[in-house]
Design a protein around this ligand. Structure first.
Ligand SMILES: N[C@@H](CCC(=O)N[C@@H](CS)C(=O)NCC(=O)O)C(=O)O
Length: 198
């Protein structure tokens, strides 16, 4: 299997870390979404990464569908088996992904719009979602024991992206959350290598 990804993409980091944790062999293929290469556009009409290319020619997106595929491939080792616990983990992942969506909306607003068209109220609205999400996570961190799950990888990917694009803007007043990566890094030794590069 191959994964279309880019090193800075937090959703890609989430699935790459999960696959490594589950010991599922995937070859990473770096793509530039802005260039809209055929390998990306032919396999995901949305032109977004990550995309998992299967050996039988099929493709899977988005990151949540890939996570659930990896879960099935591993014999259900990525999400808890009990329904209630699983739902909690899926909601944690949704929250972290949602924060990443807002962070990306801010980055894209600044990157792709002409300077005089950048709409600050839109950025502020997205940042307010980030603030609420991070405050919630700071007060409601998941337990991080030996057994990791999809929610942990989503959280780790989200923090990696915050550090990459919003360093110095998010950790103040959120010590519990800011301290979490160190704890996670002890459980998942490849975190330093696999989070979005600084
Ligand atoms: N909901 C999607 C989001 C994927 C996404 O937005 N990826 C970004 C890179 S981090 C992307 O491909 N952006 C290019 C674009 O939107 O055209 C997922 O979970 O996979």
């Amino acid at each position: 299997m191959e994964l279309l990804y880019s090193p800075a993409s937090p959703y890609s980091a989430k699935v790459r870390m999960a696959a490594r944790y589950l010991d599922i062999g995937i070859t990473d293929v770096r793509v530039d979404t802005s260039a809209e290469p055929a390998t990306l556009m032919d396999n995901n009409p949305l032109g977004k990464i990550p995309v998992l290319l299967l050996d039988d020619g099929g493709s899977i997106y988005d990151s949540v569908a890939i996570m659930h595929y990896l879960d099935r491939q591993s014999g259900n080792k990525l999400y808890p088996k009990k329904h209630q616990k699983r739902t909690e983990v899926e909601v944690l992942e949704a929250l972290c992904d949602g924060v990443m969506d807002s962070l990306l909306a801010i980055v894209y607003e600044r990157r792709f719009r002409p300077e005089d068209k950048i709409h600050q109220p839109w950025i502020d609205k997205q940042w307010a979602k980030v603030v609420r999400g991070l405050d919630y996570l700071n007060a409601n961190l998941p337990k991080t024991g030996k057994k990791l799950h999809g929610g942990h990888f989503a959280l780790a990917a989200m923090i990696g992206y915050l550090e990459l694009r919003f360093a110095g803007e998010w950790a103040g007043g959120r010590k519990t959350l800011a301290d979490w990566p160190e704890k996670f890094g002890k459980r998942f030794k490849d975190y330093a290598e696999m989070k979005a590069p600084a």
